[in-house]
Ligand binder design. Structure first.
Ligand SMILES: [Zn+2]
Length: 211
């Protein structure tokens, strides 16, 4: 695998941000996805910096945080998506547009899958703690059971989407969109309705995932 320095040099943060679905406006400003931002406070160029919440870093930090994956997975993903490999001249525009004319559409679908899987994963993590069996009760909460059952599957799917080859990811996204993702969306929507938005602040990105 290629070193982080090469990735940073090859892919400007602003480019990855746009490609991964962030709406970047004039002067490289965007509404910050890392805090509740009402006007564009995030400045993107080679790196990123948010005037609102102070989030900052390079393209790997951005990708990891934005997609909710580890820095290592983000580096692997950037290499995959921008066709970076050791010993070649790595400019991001060496990308695979020619072999996948619908790549933009695919990326949007893929990002949707990653976001939904990430949100569902967070819900499961929460259930796993909140509804863990108590010593004095012999009934297990169904939500705890669902968490125990599904967390590893969700992790597996996220891993595949992060580090699979393009062909594998295209096939996986196609099949996820048929039923799994709509089911999860429904699940998340019900949960949202049931609890309102319990935690607006703070808990967002950040400490989340380790792999
Ligand atoms: Zn911010």
């Amino acid at each position: 695998m290629i070193d982080f320095k090469t990735i940073r040099a090859a892919v400007p943060t602003i480019q990855a941000a746009k490609d991964y679905g962030l709406d970047v406006g004039r002067h490289g400003m965007a509404r910050c996805p890392f805090h509740d931002d009402h006007s564009p406070s995030l400045k993107l160029d080679d790196r990123f910096y948010c005037f609102g919440c102070g989030a900052s870093g390079d393209v790997i930090d951005f990708t990891a945080r934005y997609l909710g994956i580890s820095p290592h997975s983000a580096a692997v993903k950037l290499c995959q998506d921008y066709g970076l490999s050791p010993g070649e001249s790595n400019t991001y525009n060496a990308y695979i547009h020619q072999s996948y004319p619908n790549i933009r559409r695919f990326r949007e679908d893929e990002l949707l899958c990653i976001h939904i899987l990430g949100a569902y994963r967070k819900l499961l993590e929460d259930w796993k703690e909140r509804y863990a069996p108590q010593p004095d009760s012999d009934i297990w909460d169904l939500r705890f059971c669902e968490a125990m059952k599904s967390l590893s599957t969700v992790d597996y799917l996220l891993d595949c989407l992060t580090i699979g080859t393009l062909e594998q990811r295209v096939a996986m996204v196609d099949s996820l969109l048929v039923s799994i993702i709509p089911e999860m969306q429904e699940r998340l929507r019900k949960e949202d309705n049931a609890h309102g938005r319990a935690d607006q602040s703070g808990s967002g990105m950040g400490g989340g995932q380790e792999n």
